[in-house]
Design a protein. Structure first.
Length: 81
């Protein structure tokens, strides 16, 4: 499974918003959610995914950044999970 726009599900603190400010000819703007390209963005998102999937992590699911792999030994077991 590929989580679309997963980074945009994580809100920034007001202090972090200020650090993402950029300026164009139309004015100044800042992100309110985690944009791609922040140094700690992938690690923060990985922690977020691990916390969501903690009950099934390593039993039948693995998360790597915005990708989730769901696995099982048999088709029947896969349907139950």
């Amino acid at each position: 499974l590929d989580i679309r726009q997963g980074f945009h599900r994580i809100r920034l603190t007001p202090e972090a918003e200020d650090l993402t400010t950029f300026r164009t000819r139309y004015g100044s703007f800042k992100y309110k959610v985690t944009p791609f390209g922040l140094t700690n963005g992938p690690a923060t998102f990985q922690r977020f995914m691990n916390s969501i999937l903690k009950e099934c992590m390593d039993d039948y699911a693995v998360a790597f950044v915005d990708d989730i792999l769901i696995y099982s030994e048999t088709l029947e077991e896969h349907r139950q999970q």
